[in-house]
Structures are given as C-alpha cells and as structure tokens.
Write a protein that binds this ligand. Structure first.
Ligand code: CA
Length: 242
C-alpha cells in the first residue's frame, strides 16, 4: 500500500534517511523541517500519515499534533511521534495529544516501516491490500474485483462489475463496517481532499451501488441511517433502508 507520508524532522540527516527508506518501500514522501513548513504542506496536500519529531525549532511536535487534531480537515490523519525521549510520562503525553504511535530514536528502518504498516491497517483499513470478505461480498483491493456469494444452492458465486467510484465507496464502507459515515466524511475519504462537490453526489453513487448490489440480492448491506449518513452492515434493519 503506497501512501503519502509527511516527515516533520529538523535534523536533516535523519529526515533524509527516513525519506529514503519510505521511498524505497514505495511511499510518496513529503518533508518539512519545522512546524510552520509542515502546516503549509498539509494545507496543500493532505498526507495519509505524519511522522512527527517531538523536538522542532519553532513548536514542539506535541503542540503540532494537538493542532492537527483540532482541525476538521486534519483531525483524522494518523500521527506517529519520533523522539529520543523514553520516559513513560512523555509517551502518555504523546498519546494524549492524539498520536497513534510512538517510536523512540534510534530506530531501524524495518521497525519504522512495521509501525507505519500497523498504524495504517488500524486507522486507514481502506488503504490496505487485504481482501475483505463480509456479508457474502468478497472485495479484492489488488485486482479491483468484487464477488458475491451464491444466494441459494442453485446459483454460483458471481462477479460484480462496479465503476471506480462505486468500488472505492464500497471498499471504504466495507473496511469500516458497522460504522456510520456522514456524507461529508465520505466525500473526504472516498472522493479525496480539496474536492468541491455537493453532498448529494454521495447519494447518487450510493444509489448506483445499491442498484448493482440488488442484482446479487445484497443491496441491504448498504444502509441509510436517517439524518446521519450511510453504513455497511450485515445486520438487516428494515426501518433504516430506503
Ligand atoms: Ca528534532
């Protein structure tokens, strides 16, 4: 899974070493040497993850983490703190500020990549390459194929043909099953950052997705939660389906 990672680190040797290793692992890397530069970069491109040094020249990494967590646009970005500090109280302060994980310097590139992978799997499951199999639907993010299990014994497993947006939408919903997402959240996470489209675009694509799922008798999996948004659920709640 190639993701965009912002590295905020003022020690250039470390910054370069991290960037090199992340690039080798196939990630897109952005680098900032202080909090101000990091904020500007985040305003331009929303990264999928931030590696944040604790000690920065203009502001502590902890403060920057708090700022990112306070703003709507950036509050969902996974953050991993990098630090030479090892005290338990510092670790707690980092996690309190909204960091998802914590890596103590010095660390090996292998540890760094493993931590990133673990945080992404937990926080952004829709970016994982793993096959998702729920409610009789099997979605493969690598091949972009979706199969539906047979409804009865006489039928076979059927491949479902989805457009790119419907595929991403279904992938996101399945990766975060049983959770309700607002239209704004879906626009942010499925359509992408800085995309100015109307909320009802989401409804249009949800309708298309349901119509396709209807052919294999699975439209009930994509549910409307009145006044809130949508969710993927294997629990059939008739009153919530429009
Ligand atoms: Ca530093």
């Amino acid at each position: 899974m190639a993701v965009t990672i912002l590295v905020v680190e003022d020690e250039l040797a470390i910054q370069e070493l991290i960037a090199l290793n992340l690039k080798k692992a196939g990630h897109i890397v952005l680098c900032a040497s202080d909090a101000e530069q990091a904020k500007k970069m985040v305003n331009n491109v929303l990264p999928d993850l931030v590696l944040l040094d604790w000690m920065l020249p203009d502001m502590s990494g902890l403060e920057l983490a708090k700022k990112l967590r306070r703003e709507d646009r950036t509050k969902a970005i996974p953050i991993i703190m990098l630090t030479a500090r090892v005290q338990e109280s510092d670790k707690i302060a980092g996690l309190d500020a909204g960091a998802d994980d914590y890596i103590t310097k010095p660390f090996s590139p292998r540890e760094l990549l493993a931590r990133i992978k673990a945080v992404l799997r937990r926080r952004l499951p829709e970016m994982s390459d793993e096959i998702i199999d729920i409610g009789g639907l099997k979605l493969d993010p690598v091949t972009h194929r979706v199969h539906a299990a047979a409804v009865d014994e006489s039928s076979k497993m059927a491949e479902i043909s989805l457009g790119p947006t419907e595929f991403r939408l279904l992938h996101f919903l399945m990766a975060h099953k049983e959770r309700v997402h607002t239209r704004a959240q879906l626009l942010d996470r499925v359509w992408g950052d800085h995309v100015f489209i109307e909320d009802r675009t989401v409804d249009v694509h949800i309708r298309r997705l349901r119509k396709i799922l209807e052919k294999v008798g699975r439209e009930y999996l994509v549910q409307t939660v009145r006044g809130t948004g949508y969710r993927f659920s294997v629990e059939c709640e008739e009153e919530n389906i429009e």
